[in-house]
Write a protein that binds this ligand. Sequence first.
Ligand code: COA
Ligand code: ZN
Length: 304
Amino acid sequence: MNLPKIVRITEVGPRDGLQNESQNLATADKIALIRQLAAAGCKEIEITSFVHPKAIPNLADAAEVAAATADLPVTRFALIPNAMGYQRAHEACVDGITLVLSATDTHNRKNLNRSCQESINELAPLAARAKEDGLAARISISMVFGCPFEGNPGLDRILRLIDTMAYKGFGRIGLCDTIGIANPQQVFDWTSRIQREFSGLDLELHFHNTYGRGLANVMAGLEAGITRFDSCVGGLGGCPFAPGATGNVATEDLVSLLEESGVKTDLDVNSILAASDFLAGKLDKRLNSNIWQVHQAQRALATA
Ligand code: COA
Ligand code: ZN
């Protein structure tokens, strides 16, 4: 297979993973989780989001989480939906911003209360401000491969959106399969085409596992030459404004797949598993991660 030597993983557990949980994690536990992820080798962690606390009550403690993790040797990203979110994140001294919008107007309105075009108009100056303020910046496009309200947006729409973004100065663009509906052939074809059309972009992929295709889609992305992926400790995750969406590709499953295929990640799978154990204990639930479930079963056998 045509695999890269190294893949860079952005851990999104403290944001995507926690935003949709019925049980909120205490602020101190979020901070402990982020510290464990940093110790496991994560270089980029999306630690929270600066959105309206009514939209995502679980992440209302964003500023506290940012303040308590400032010493970590990682790039701490926060998800930003609008100018006020940028202001709050900047005041909280995060290291990077993940700007967000959807590929479809219906989801953008449900999620962000505005059209795609309105989001682009509001977010473009923030990418420029981030540069001036010395912050890392990426933009994540939700619903790229399918939307629960509008179906498949089609590659042409995505190409036009990326063209607009590239023109507005966005260099690092995330293609997010928010409802986990992409398939490997689509991922390979679309990412190959996007890379052919926009050679200078830093593309990344964000997969959910709703239909059990997350890792297969990662392989398709790798085969097409993508080397940046988001994943979530324990396989938590989901968007409260996207009905039916379930967890992200689990970080431990991704690391295990890549390392055993000879692709370096610089993440320690056992330390990620320990962070998943911590989460499972705090949330009192069984996690979706395959490797975590194998470890649970092995431990149960060993203590039987
Ligand atoms: N953080 C906190 N409060 C915010 C805010 C932000 N980023 N942006 C706006 N607000 C506040 C305003 O101050 C205003 O407060 P007031 O009513 O006390 O005056 C109120 O929200 C309404 O402002 P408005 O600009 O009209 O926002 P909105 O109601 O159109 O909401 C968003 C827009 C983007 C803030 C909201 O839809 C949101 O937070 N969405 C995020 C959803 C999400 O995180 N989804 C999952 C990740 S993709
Ligand atoms: Zn997601």
